[in-house]
Ligand binder design. Structure first.
Ligand code: 5GP
Ligand code: ZN
Length: 113
């Protein structure tokens, strides 16, 4: 399958990995939008949040738990961080393999752009 994040998960494309287990992978975003910008992905290919099934509840929850763990390790937990999942065009999704953006290390504006 021609999915860049599947290739990163299989180590066919290099990335700066910060965490890995049997269900997920976390790596640094290639074009960071904050001092800390990490992507947390399921190893299973799921194109968008619209494609999540009942069987994916556990892995999606797992991504959030792992993101919190990484935020603590990166010292952005107390100051605060943002978790984002973009879905489809208007949200700006460009890679169609579900990913959680973990952003922190600076003050974020609200509402988002
Ligand atoms: P989206 O816009 O789909 O929510 O986010 C896709 C993210 O993936 C972007 O922040 C982009 O910088 C990142 N990205 C795209 N290609 C690569 C890549 O090959 N390696 C890494 N590490 N990040 C990528
Ligand atoms: Zn994929």
């Amino acid at each position: 399958m021609d999915c860049i994040f599947c290739k990163i998960a299989k180590k066919e494309i290099p990335s700066k990995i910060v965490y890995e287990d049997d269900k997920c992978l976390a790596f640094e975003d290639i074009n960071p939008q904050a001092p800390v910008h990490i992507l947390v992905i399921p190893k299973k290919h799921i194109a968008t949040t619209l494609d999540l099934g009942e069987e994916d509840k556990e892995v999606i929850g797992h991504l959030v738990v792992i993101a919190a763990q990484i935020a603590k390790e990166k010292q952005i937990a107390d100051s605060g961080y943002r978790l984002v999942i973009n879905t489809n065009r208007d949200a700006g999704q460009t890679v169609f393999h579900v990913h959680l953006h973990l952003l922190g290390g600076r003050v974020m504006s609200w509402p988002p752009g």
